[in-house]
Design a protein around this ligand. Structure first.
Ligand code: URA
Length: 243
C-alpha cells in the first residue's frame, strides 16, 4: 500500500500532514529516510518508523480464521478454495494453517508464518486440547461415552503392531440441535487424521456436522462468521506464549 495510507491507518495524521511530515524527513523505511509519501511499501515486510518509532511491524503474523465448509486447509490446491485464498488480501507470504480441518469441517483455524508456534501446537507430545462441537446421527449411550472417554480403537497401530488407542477424551452432552440431532462437545488432546469422525465410527455412530471451537487457549471468536478472520489480540498472543 502507499506509505501515506499506511501512516494514516497508524494514526500519524491526515494525508496533508503526513505529506509534510514525510517531506521533513520524519519517516524511515527499512532504516532509510524517505521524502515522498506516495511511495509504495509492504506493510508486512518493510520496517516503517515515524519519529524513530517502528509502526505496527512484527516479524510474524497471526490470524484467527473461521474456516467455512467447502474450503481446504492447504496452502495450494488445484481444485478447491484454500484457507490461504481467504486471507489473500493480507499480502503475507509464508502463512500456513496450524493443523488441518477436513473440507466439510468448519471452525477455528490459526494461520501464521511462525513455524515454531505451529510446531508447538501440533507436537503430539504437547497434547494441546481441542474442543469440537459434534452433531451426531444418533445419541451416545453411557457405554459409548465411557469408551470414548477411556480411548477407542480407530484402526491406528503402534510401531510394534499393538492397537494405538486414542488418548482419554471428554464428552459433554449438549442436547439436541434445531434438527433434533444429538450434539456433544468432544475434548481431545491429539490431532490424528479424521480423529473425531473415526472416534464416533468406533462407537457405531456418524458425525453429521463438525465444528472446532478451540485449540489450546485459543477460542473461536463468536463475532466471526464463516469465512471471516481477524488478527490475534495481544491477550491471545500472550496466551500462546508469543508475546
Ligand atoms: N476430526 C475430524 O474427523 N475432522 C476434522 O476436521 C477435525 C477433527
Amino acid at each position: 500500500m502507499r506509505l501515506d495510507k499506511f501512516l494514516g491507518l497508524m494514526g500519524v495524521g491526515t494525508r496533508k500532514q503526513i505529506k509534510e511530515y514525510v517531506k521533513n524527513g520524519r519517516c524511515q523505511v527499512n532504516g532509510i529516510v524517505v521524502s515522498k509519501a506516495d511511495i509504495h511499501v509492504n506493510e508486512n515486510e518493510d520496517e516503517i518508523a515515524f519519529d524513530g518509532n517502528v509502526l505496527g511491524y512484527s516479524k510474524y503474523h497471526y490470524f484467527m480464521l473461521y474456516k467455512p465448509q467447502g474450503v481446504v486447509s492447504a496452502t495450494t490446491d488445484g481444485r478447491n478454495t484454500t484457507v490461504l485464498d481467504l486471507l489473500a488480501e493480507e499480502n503475507v507470504k509464508g502463512l500456513s494453517p496450524a493443523g488441518r480441518l477436513d473440507i466439510d469441517t468448519e471452525g477455528l483455524l490459526l494461520l501464521t508464518d511462525d513455524g515454531g508456534l505451529i510446531h508447538r501446537l501440533l507436537s503430539p507430545k504437547k497434547h494441546v486440547d481441542k474442543v469440537y462441537e459434534v452433531h451426531l446421527a444418533s445419541s451416545l449411550s453411557e457405554d459409548d461415552i465411557d469408551k470414548l472417554q477411556k480411548g477407542v480403537d480407530i484402526g491406528d497401530k503402534k510401531d510394534n503392531g499393538d492397537i494405538d488407542y486414542t488418548l482419554p477424551a471428554k464428552v459433554i452432552d449438549k442436547g439436541l440441535d434445531s434438527e433434533n440431532r444429538p450434539v456433544v462437545h468432544l475434548i481431545i488432546h491429539e490431532g490424528r487424521f479424521h480423529q473425531v469422525k473415526r472416534m464416533m465410527e468406533a462407537v457405531g455412530n456418524e458425525v453429521l456436522f463438525l465444528k472446532r471451537l478451540s485449540m489450546g487457549p485459543l477460542v473461536l471468536d463468536e463475532k466471526l462468521m464463516p469465512g471471516e478472520y481477524r488478527k490475534l489480540t495481544d491477550e491471545e498472543l500472550s496466551s500462546l506464549g508469543v508475546k
